[in-house]
Ligand binder design. Structure first.
Ligand code: FRU
Length: 483
């Protein structure tokens, strides 16, 4: 179904109607990417959580499916993950077919009202038809709460050396690792992070996986979402790098790092069962104002799916993100511009002789200098994305990018220190009706930002007061993913 509402994303997943938050149960099976999500099907604000469901064969076009999991007597269905039980460790496979297993948090609101601590327990559901329909396991929960108020968002993965499952669980101010031979019986292995990383809020939605850098170095990455306490205020996705031996995570770095340093990426985690690719998806909002943004029929969208890479800078390894290559399927026509030197302002829209509601802009430079890209419309609204050489920072300025009265901190300029140390840069901007995603320096710096303009910001200009040369600019219109 095509969408024509104001602010409706055309190249990002959003629910047809009502409230959505975290991506859940990301799993790839037999050519299909499953996306489940925190969903309240009765209002456009958070409420009793279900798992909504959509599927895709290319990560960009999505089919809406019926709700996969409904709340029950054990509680609401909070965030979690899904795996393919290839070896039938659970015994839930049928006719030689692997079961898909979802592991999620049951959140008991009645207990919460009674002031109890053990409101959150981990439960399981399985699918014998490739993820279409789901049955809750008869003996839920599979992991009982030991008395910790925040005990949720299990991310399960197979640890091949020990032939066991690992559950990475957010437990208030730290991560607790559990292991299991069969997804049903869980043993505590260790805790991590009580005194490391950002602690401005509750730890939520973790992920754990190994990555290999281009130089062959293998490192474990531990993602920990946090709310509040993010670099721009509110919610954000931090990560740690280190080693994991099936029991304990040992960090090799103590700096706090973020997968996305903008205002609007949260609860980001990765798909399971994708082989050597590591594909990440986040919720494109911020708990600071998610329930009051000015969309009518629905609230929130997901980011574009991103492929993660481990990249070395000096002696440290960072996680870099780029839009998945499948996003290229949406490109209509790509126009390349010759090298241009900018002093003052250059109107790109005029040079391209076109303007679109959704597009991708790539720009590279041999020598990074202060410059900015301004997206604007005829209604006097503008969004400015750029680099400040004095501050050595990338920034997104949405001070005048549209409606912002719903939250006092929404309008503003948000900046982050550059991570890369190269002379040159490359920048990719993905612009949709109400969002921009900036991937700078080969994805070492990522900033996602939502905004609510009266009309699309489809005019593009590049400015530089002191002078800046772009060695290449290419622009592609992106076709809507909705039929
Ligand atoms: C993160 C989160 C999770 C929880 C879910 C509830 O945004 O708070 O920790 O499982 O949302 O909807």
């Amino acid at each position: 179904k095509a969408y024509h509402e104001q602010y409706r994303p055309q190249i990002h997943f959003s629910p047809q109607a009502h409230w959505m938050n975290d991506p859940n149960g990301l799993v790839f099976y037999k050519g299909v990417y499953h996306l489940f999500y925190q969903y309240y099907p009765k209002a456009t604000v958070w409420g009793p959580m279900h798992w909504g469901h959509a599927t895709s064969t290319d990560l960009v076009h999505w089919n809406n499916k019926p709700i996969a999991l409904y709340p029950d007597s054990l509680g609401l269905i909070f965030s979690g993950s899904a795996v393919v039980d290839v070896n039938n460790t659970s015994g839930l496979g049928k006719n030689g077919q692997a079961a898909l297993i979802a592991i999620f948090t049951h959140h008991d609101q009645a207990k919460e009202k009674d002031g109890k601590n053990d409101t959150e327990n981990e439960s399981m559901a399985y699918s014998n038809d490739g993820g279409n329909t789901w049955t809750k396991y008869a003996h839920n929960p599979v992991l009982k709460n030991p008395g910790i108020s925040d005990f949720r968002d299990p991310k399960v993965s197979w640890y091949a050396p020990d032939k066991k499952w690992i559950m990475t669980l957010a437990t208030k101010d730290r991560i607790t690792f559990y292991s299991s031979p069969n997804l049903k019986d869980w043993t505590k292995e260790s805790e991590f992070g009580e005194t490391l990383g950002a602690h401005g809020g509750v730890w939520e939605c973790p992920d754990l996986f190994p990555m290999t850098a281009a130089d062959g170095k293998r490192i474990w990455v531990l993602i920990v979402n946090i709310n509040p306490g993010g670099p721009q205020g509110g919610s954000a996705t931090q990560y740690f790098t280190g080693d994991f031996d099936g029991k304990t995570f040992r960090p090799n770095n103590t700096a706090t790092r973020w997968i996305d340093q903008g205002t609007d990426e949260y609860a980001g985690v990765t798909w399971s069962n994708t082989g050597n690719r590591r594909i990440f998806l986040g919720w494109m909002s911020n708990w600071n104002y998610a329930t009051s943004v000015p969309t009518k029929a629905w609230r929130s969208a997901m980011t574009v799916p991103r492929e993660l890479k481990l990249v070395r800078v000096d002696s440290a390894y960072y996680v870099a993100s780029q839009p998945v290559k499948e996003l290229g399927n949406l490109k209509d026509e790509t126009k390349a511009l010759p090298a241009i030197a900018v002093k003052g302002e250059v109107n790109i829209t005029k040079m391209l002789n076109r303007s679109d509601n959704q597009f991708q802009l790539n720009l590279s430079a041999k020598q990074l200098k202060s410059f900015s890209i301004t997206l604007s419309n005829g209604a006097g609204e503008k969004l400015i994305i750029g680099f400040d050489e004095k501050e050595n920072s990338w920034f997104v300025d949405r001070s005048h990018a549209g409606e912002s009265g719903f939250n006092k901190d929404f309008a503003g300029r948000f900046a982050v220190k550059r991570i890369a140390n190269t002379a040159g840069t490359d920048v990719t901007l993905i612009v949709d009706a109400a969002s921009v995603e900036l991937f700078a320096d080969k994805g070492l710096t990522v900033m996602t930002s939502i905004f609510f303009p009266k009309k699309p910001l489809s005019n593009i200009s590049i400015s530089s007061a002191d002078g800046f040369s772009a060695s290449g600019i290419s622009y592609s219109q992106l076709k809507s993913i909705w039929p």
